[in-house]
Write a protein that binds this ligand. Structure first.
Ligand SMILES: Cc1cc2nc3c(=O)[nH]c(=O)nc-3n(C[C@H](O)[C@H](O)[C@H](O)COP(=O)(O)OP(=O)(O)OC[C@H]3O[C@@H](n4cnc5c(N)ncnc54)[C@H](O)[C@@H]3O)c2cc1C
Length: 434
């Protein structure tokens, strides 16, 4: 027997909402908040126990880039406003993430806005009639349940629901569908901040007593690990480490993800030994915690009304139908064959004309109605995606798409028929600068 036919069954419809957001990462949280603030009855469904996605469950170091993001700023300001006794007056960098604060802030923000929050719950399937999405089938400890929704926003990072709805997609880069490497983030303690080095990019070359730190990592760490990326945390002596590395992992395959959890975890002790021996300030460092899940950089790229490309980013294009503005970052393509930066990535030498916008069309999938894309799974090229995948930009996209979904409900029209100018009016009221 090679397949098993599951018998059909009736599912309880546990709710009927205006907007259902699948995935509670930076994009999903921003989308849910924006939709709820526009008056839409909104539910967010997140597979992990907490909200935040890679920012929290993935133990991310910092909000990257020169993007202006009202939602990311709001989350950061709320985190900074919390004072916990353990902080002993240590002044953290503004964009560094305190994961525990962020988990609390996101729950509070969404709850206060009236968003119905469901964590520990996986979005398993779309409820679809022809090309129209009518809701989502969710699965959890409570069993398999249905939620009906006027509009569904897929902010799962991987576009799980868009894939279920048969929106056409390609994985990874155009030439061979290979995807960026994955990384299990972890945090170490016992670092002497007064002497410690913090190489924050592949191109940060730091001379240490036994050589240059990137060169040493390339030679000494077990492949495909082999670069040094260390970030100041929000607590004295703690450092967030972005150094495990595994290539050729498909983040939409549970078998691959399991392999990645095991292999990257095996790299951690070797990375810590390396830091203790070669990195000044890290002589007494030790493992504090690792992320809840391996971080996946890239998976599916969907077909939509417009595929955002690298020229749009370099030229700082202002689209008439913008739903996200003031986005700025470099092309952060990690080496698909090993450690370090890919030959197509551009960090220090990245030159663009300035902030770019993201068009609504890139978030409206082909062929399927009442479904919108938000976050790293919008339509873009492999190279453009390496830029817009960072969290402040994903939060900007989420905000725009949350407003679009709420307007679709308010006007009783399909999301693809919502006038982008109407979205822009509300975004400006919500603090987005054109
Ligand atoms: C290792 C690594 C390092 C990075 N470093 C940085 C950095 O320093 N700064 C920066 O700004 N960005 C960084 N990024 C990029 C950034 O973290 C992500 O691209 C960004 O979080 C994407 O946001 P998102 O909301 O689209 O998706 P995610 O953050 O991936 O959130 C998606 C959410 O959806 C949930 N989900 C997935 N499938 C389902 C489902 N079927 N049902 C229910 N829930 C589901 C997930 O559990 C998750 O919570 C890094 C990424 C990685 C992987």
């Amino acid at each position: 027997m090679t397949s098993y036919n599951e018998s059909a069954r009736s599912l309880p419809i546990i709710d009927r909402v205006d907007v259902l957001v699948a995935g509670g990462g930076p994009a999903g949280c921003a989308a849910a908040l924006a939709a709820a603030r526009c008056g839409a009855r909104t539910m967010i469904v997140e597979a992990h126990p907490v909200l935040g996605g890679i920012a929290t469950s993935g133990m991310m170091s910092h909000w990257s880039g020169g993007t202006f993001s009202p939602m990311a700023n709001e989350f950061q300001a709320a985190c900074h406003a919390i004072h916990w006794p353990v902080e002993d007056g240590f002044k953290a960098e503004r964009h560094a993430i305190n994961h525990e604060k962020l988990k609390l802030v996101l729950f509070n923000k969404l709850d206060e806005a009236g968003v119905i929050i469901r964590t520990h719950t996986f979005c398993a399937q779309v409820i679809q009639e022809g090309n129209t999405i009518k809701g989502v089938i969710i699965e959890s400890k409570s069993g398999r349940e249905a939620v009906l929704a006027s509009v569904v926003i897929d902010a799962t990072g991987d576009g799980d629901l868009a894939a279920k709805a048969n929106v056409p997609f390609r994985k990874g880069r155009e030439s061979d569908e290979r995807m960026q490497p994955v990384t299990l983030m972890f945090k170490i303690a016992g670092v002497d901040y007064k002497t410690a080095i913090f190489p924050g990019s592949f191109e940060s070359l730091v001379q240490v007593p036994k050589g240059e730190i990137q060169d040493l990592a390339r030679k000494i760490l077990p492949k495909p690990a082999g670069h040094t990326l260390l970030y100041r945390s929000t607590q004295n002596g703690h450092v967030v480490v972005n150094m495990t590395n595994l290539i050729d992992i498909d983040g939409t395959s549970a078998a691959d993800l399991t392999k990645a959890e095991i292999e990257t975890r095996r790299q951690i002790p070797k990375i810590i030994d390396f830091l203790r021996e070669y990195a000044p300030g890290y002589e007494n460092c030790y493992l504090l915690a690792s992320a809840e899940c391996v971080g996946v950089r890239e998976t599916r790229h969907f077909e939509a009304g417009y595929v955002l490309n690298e020229i749009d980013i370099l030229e700082a294009r202002v689209f008439d139908d913008w739903i996200a503005t003031k986005n700025l970052f470099n092309f952060d393509i990690h080496n698909l064959d090993g450690a370090g930066l890919d030959k197509d990535g551009v960090q220090r030498h990245f030159r663009s004309k300035g902030h770019y916008t993201i068009p609504y069309r890139s978030c409206v999938p082909k062929e399927v109605d009442y479904l919108l894309l938000a976050g790293r799974n919008i339509a873009g090229t492999h190279k453009a995606h390496s830029n817009f995948r960072v969290m402040p930009i994903c939060a900007n996209i989420g905000q725009g798409i949350g407003v679009a979904a709420a307007l679709s409900v308010r006007h009783g029209i399909a999301p693809r028929n919502v006038d982008p100018k109407d979205i822009q009016v509300i975004l400006k009221e919500q603090g987005v600068e054109p």
